[in-house]
Structure formats: structure tokens, C-alpha cells
Design a protein around this ligand. Structure first.
Ligand SMILES: Cc1cc2nc3c(=O)[nH]c(=O)nc-3n(C[C@H](O)[C@H](O)[C@H](O)COP(=O)(O)OP(=O)(O)OC[C@H]3O[C@@H](n4cnc5c(N)ncnc54)[C@H](O)[C@@H]3O)c2cc1C
Length: 405
């Protein structure tokens, strides 16, 4: 019902995504979940062929020049397919942000354009064995040698480790341990980029999630994105689509689970009536739909702030946290509404449940989102106060102290 917020062009994009979702063979979903498919190349080829990847980017590079609102709406539709396909669908949008904003024209032609056309496949390699939250402690190194860098190190939990053609790798290029000695480098797959493990996962299966090992991998210097040691700035920019897409996907998957449960509740009967007629059931549906609507509203506001070029760090972090938790609540309620059958593979709710759990962990855990939210909030608060207190200064930790001296 929120389609009214979209322009005609944006609505056409969302319709095209819906058509694409219908095209995705159910058998592909089954085989991915059964770990029979490592990386669904065909899915990305088709998405690219239909012009659906990275809709925010300029048309000259294969995007559609649309707003965040349109992308949020599109990803919600993709969320119906679960988080592995959603993640693969949005990776061009995430890595594309870095290329579109900081990349050279040569990089845009060589990587951004074919990526959006579904002709080249990307993965992002941020997390290391020593930790994902403490990202700026990365230990993978890229040592300059003439016109090249030589990379050594490991990354883990990389979706598309198995299957991607190139990797967006954050690596240490300078002295010291802080965030000022990290760079983003594009690394083409070759036989020095080793996939050492493909993980057994609770959900989000079939995306080729694995551990990457770089062993003296030689990369041309022209593959450096932005300036040397500018990685932290690029990372912060890339985290906008990283988190916005998690937020929109969380709502989409939660919405899909809720739809299955709501239809079930209309037909399933107990004690002589459809279970929907029991408040214990229908109020769960009401709670879930309210949370999802609230999450979507926050997603749209955060996306709009980004489109307007505002500093949206707090809103984007809030959207990621709130939407993934709203999605989780919806999936959990959906499973409860369906009783025992919800826990079986007869319906996709158990898959959504397994998939959605991850969204509160990846792209920055929800604890890290809280860290960012409170940090930005205190910064915004500054020294100002417009609160009027009846008994004195509301910014004083103990306004009564002076009264009783
Ligand atoms: C299936 C899957 C796919 C993934 N895909 C990718 C990918 O494609 N590319 C990629 O680079 N990474 C990927 N990740 C990695 C993911 O982003 C990280 O797992 C995540 O950022 C958390 O890092 P960690 O696992 O090292 O946990 P840790 O950083 O070790 O955190 C462990 C716990 O400590 C908490 N914690 C840590 N520091 C703080 C703090 N300062 N304040 C409060 N709490 C804190 C965390 O919230 C968490 O609860 C993926 C992970 C999974 C499981």
C-alpha cells in the first residue's frame, strides 16, 4: 500500500523485480538450501540482463538512476527469496557504491559496468579470522612493489568466495595498526586466491560463503580504489548500502513469512473456527505487520536522507538494527502462528527463520549498530538543551544539590 510513495518509473522498477522473482525457479531455491548449488551464476546473469542490479547508479554504467526508495522497495521483493539470493543481488550495489564514488573511469568500465550487467561477479572481503566487528584491525597486507601490490592474508565468511570473479578487499597498505593505513583493492580471481573452506551454514545457503587465502597475490596498482590508505573513508561510504540493503531485505523476508502465516491462519481451523479468529493469533499478525511497517518507514527516511546527501549514519544504523529485528519478530511470530507445520520444510517459514537470524549478525552486528547510534546521538546532542525542567536545570546531574547545601 505504500506504492503511492513511488514515482511511475520507480514503480516500474519494482514491478520488474517482482517479475524477476517469479522467474526464479523454485528448484534453484531447493538446491541452494540443500547445498547442491555453490553459487547461482544464472540468477545474477538474469538479474543483470533485466537491468535490475544497482538501480541507483547512473545509466551510463548500467544503473537506472533511481532513488534509494526504489531500491528499498525492490530489495523487499527480493527478500522473498531468502538472504542468500538477496545478498548476491545487492553485492553489486554495495561494491558499486565504492566504485561509483571513488573509482577511476577505467575501474568503472572494467568492473562496475560488467558487474551491473551480470557479466562479472563480485564478492566483498572485509571480515578476517581475528574479527569482523573490530574491522579496522585488519591484518591482510598489500605491499607496493613497482606497479603492483603483493597481497598476503586471510578473509573469512565471504559470500561468493566460491564463484565470484573478483573481490573487493580491504587490506593494510601503510604502517601502523589504525584505520589510516587501510586501502580498498580489487583483486581478480586467480590461482593465488585460494578458497580454503566453504562453510556449512544454518541458513543463507548456496551463496558460496567461504574463507579466502591470499598467497603472494599480485594485483596491478591501478586496482587501488580511491587513494592509498583512504580505505576507512570508502568503508564508511560502502556501509550505507551494506546496511540499507540488510534492512530492506529483513523487511522483505519478514513480510514473506508473515504472508504465509496469515494465509494459513485464514484456512486452518481449530475449535470450530479459523485460527485467525483467536486474538492470540491475530494479534501476533498485527504486531508483526506494525513492526514491519515501522521498519519500512525508517528505511525510507534513512534512504531519503542519504539521497539528499545528509549525514545519515545514525538513521542508517537504526534502520539496519530495527528492520532486522522487526523481520526476526515477524518470522518468529509466523512460525508460532503455524504451529508444528511451520517448523517443517512443507512451508518456507523455517527457511526464512534460519536465513533471517543472520541479518542481525552480518553487515555489522546489531550491537555495533547500537554503538554507532549512541555515538551519533551524543554528538548531535552537543551542549544544547531545549528541555524545560520544573525544578531547575535539566542538564544538571543533581539539580537539588545546591538547594540543600
Ligand atoms: C553467513 C555469513 C556471511 C557473511 N558474509 C560476509 C561477506 O560477504 N563479507 C565479509 O567481509 N563478511 C561477511 N560476514 C561476516 C560478518 O559481517 C561478521 O560475522 C560480523 O561482522 C561479526 O564479526 P565476527 O563474526 O568476527 O564477530 P565478532 O566481531 O568477534 O563479535 C562477536 C560478538 O561480540 C560483539 N562485539 C564485538 N565488539 C563489540 C563492541 N565493541 N561492542 C559491543 N559488542 C561487541 C558482537 O556484536 C558479537 O555479538 C558474513 C558472516 C556470515 C556468518
Amino acid at each position: 500500500m505504500w506504492d503511492y510513495l513511488l514515482t511511475k518509473e520507480e514503480r516500474a522498477y519494482v514491478e520488474a523485480v517482482r517479475e524477476f522473482v517469479k522467474w526464479v525457479p523454485a528448484d534453484l531455491l531447493r538446491r541452494m538450501d540443500a547445498n547442491e548449488v555453490q553459487y547461482p551464476r544464472k540468477f545474477l546473469v538474469e538479474a543483470g540482463r533485466r537491468g535490475l542490479l544497482g538501480p541507483r547508479f547512473p545509466r551510463e554504467y548500467g544503473g537506472s538512476g533511481l532513488s534509494w526508495k526504489a531500491e528499498i522497495a525492490g530489495i523487499e521483493e527480493i527478500g522473498v527469496l531468502g538472504s542468500a539470493l538477496s545478498c548476491l543481488f545487492v553485492l553489486p550495489s554495495i561494491v558499486g557504491e565504492a566504485l561509483n564514488t571513488f573509482g577511476t573511469e577505467e575501474q568503472k568500465q572494467k568492473y562496475l559496468k560488467p558487474m551491473l550487467k551480470g557479466e562479472k561477479f563480485v564478492a566483498e572481503a572485509l571480515t578476517e579470522p581475528r574479527g569482523g566487528s573490530d574491522f579496522f584491525g585488519a591484518q591482510t597486507t598489500a605491499v607496493p612493489q613497482g606497479d603492483t601490490f603483493v597481497l598476503n592474508g586471510q578473509k573469512r565468511f565471504v559470500v561468493g568466495a566460491e564463484g565470484a570473479d573478483f573481490f573487493a578487499v580491504y587490506t593494510r597498505t601503510g604502517q601502523g595498526e589504525g584505520k589510516n593505513s587501510i586501502s580498498l583493492i580489487l583483486v581478480d580471481k586467480d590461482d593465488t586466491v585460494l578458497v580454503r573452506k566453504v562453510y556449512g551454514l544454518m541458513g543463507t545457503r548456496g551463496g558460496g560463503t567461504g574463507r579466502l587465502v591470499f598467497k603472494n597475490t599480485v594485483v596491478p596498482r591501478s586496482n587501488l580504489v580511491g587513494k592509498l590508505n583512504q580505505g576507512a573513508v570508502i568503508f564508511n561510504r560502502m556501509m550505507i548500502p551494506e546496511r540499507m540493503t540488510s534492512a530492506a531485505g529483513g523487511v522483505g523476508t519478514g513480510r514473506a513469512a508473515l504472508e504465509v502465516a496469515a494465509r494459513y491462519a485464514e484456512k486452518r481451523r481449530a475449535f470450530g473456527r479459523p485460527i485467525r479468529k483467536f486474538q492470540a493469533v491475530s494479534f501476533k499478525i498485527a504486531d508483526a505487520v506494525t513492526q514491519l511497517d515501522a521498519a519500512r518507514s525508517l528505511n525510507i527516511i534513512a534512504g531519503d536522507a542519504v539521497d539528499r546527501g545528509l549525514d545519515a549514519r545514525r538513521l542508517v544504523s537504526e534502520a539496519k538494527k530495527f528492520a532486522t529485528e522487526a523481520g526476526w519478530l515477524a518470522v518468529n511470530h509466523a512460525m508460532q502462528v503455524m504451529g508444528g507445520i511451520g517448523y517443517t520444510t512443507v512451508y518456507p517459514v523455517e527457511k526464512y527463520f534460519r536465513d533471517l537470524r543472520l541479518t542481525m549478525i552480518w553487515t555489522g552486528t546489531n550491537e555495533i549498530m547500537n554503538l554507532l547510534i549512541q555515538h551519533e546521538y551524543f554528538k548531535e546532542l552537543g551542549g544544547r538543551s531545549w528541555v524545560r525542567n520544573i525544578e531547575g536545570d535539566a542538564t544538571d546531574p543533581d539539580p537539588e544539590e545546591k538547594v540543600f547545601e
